[in-house]
Write a protein that binds this ligand. Sequence first.
Ligand code: TA6
Length: 279
Amino acid sequence: MAENSAQRRTVIKTKHAQCTIYHYGAHISSWKVSGKEVMFLSKDAKLDGSRPIRGGVPLVFPQFGPGEMKQHGFARRATWTLKSQDSSEEKASATFSLAPNEVTKEISQGIWDFDFGVDFVVTLELNTLRTQFIVNNVDTKEMKFTCLYHTYFKLKDVGKLQIAGLKGNTYIDGLLEKKEFKEERNFVTISENVDRIYKDVKYPVSFHSGVHIVSIDSNVSDCVVWNPWIEKAKGMSDFGDEEYKNMVCVEPGACTKDVCVAPGESYEMDCTITVTSLK
Ligand code: TA6
């Protein structure tokens, strides 16, 4: 069957790693280091542009979560333009851009009315993946938004997951009427549906995936931890009923308060993920 434009993708490679990015959503769907996959991609993910890809790194902008516009905004639902790419044995990068188009306008119409430009730069170097989400306010008024990398990590067994770096942080529990609690544990573990926004996070946040030690560094201050668990997994048509056992979303973002950008100014959400293989 012929590919449709939503299936257009770019692969960047070094001698250590490779990364696949769909132009639909500028969506990283795969990152392999020494041939081992880091990202989770649902076996039922739609890759035809009919809905955001379930897995990899969905880009959340200009609205995190449910709200006036479609959940998580338009960035992951629009087709981006590949502006440039560069590669060598040690380093490879691709830059995508998004400007107002019919999809962004249809989703944000009358809700979020700004002239903007976004550049999304993906860079592979050794065992790191760096993503830079750069929002340019090309309007004449102040711009406000929330944004996040909704990153899905592949796990051997969620039952063995221990996320370090969140002890002492306050979190908003999306399953308990958004009440706030303090994380008292050295390690966040998952044995039920979890949907939390940790605030004032001092990155790095790290965990063992069963294959890699994953360390996430970022310049933002929030971190969402999400696993749908059994019932919600069954309720998602683009997610296997058992797949909750082999994934976790650890999502660096600026989502608990608006990012404000003055006319002519820019904002960068910067994240570097480093993986080291478990011997
Ligand atoms: O990652 C947190 C979250 O906002 C959850 O509440 C859940 O809705 C998840 O995102 C998935 O959202 P999606 O729109 O991709 O199905």
